[in-house]
Design a protein. Sequence first.
Length: 178
Amino acid sequence: MTPDLTDGRYDRMTIALHWTTAALVAALWILGQTADLFPRGPMRTGMWSVHVTLGLALAAVLVARLAWRVGPGKALPAADPGLLHLIAKGTHYLLYLLLALAVGLGIANAFVRGFSLFGLWSLPQIGDAALRRPINELHELAANAIMVVALIHAGAALVHHYLWRDGVLQRMTLSRRG
């Protein structure tokens, strides 16, 4: 698959991977914040199974994004000059770093705890149980940091769209070609 280079937008694959990442991050964060509000039992266990499954899906999407980006993905010229470009680029790198960190810590958390996925597949506990709390706390910290940086990222896109009216937001949306 080759990217569409006919307009100032990202290619369809980049757009799909971007919005899939955003949806997964939102769902994962909501599940992470609410699962323990339920009493111990099948509902809570099921929510954590969904959380782990979506986390693994996010890992796959991140690998796909990286492969697409270094491969045929469309790189657009910077929307902003100078300092704003550096801030935007730094924000993107920070998001990727935090996403990789959260996914890695989530996987480590599942290994250290031992985990049963929907009661169908069990991951035995591997590693020192004393690591559970610090790994979980770092995972939560990374997840919360992702949300903060993602909200700043979304806010910047809205500033571009509504205040500066420079078309930056349209670069990450599908065009309505006839």
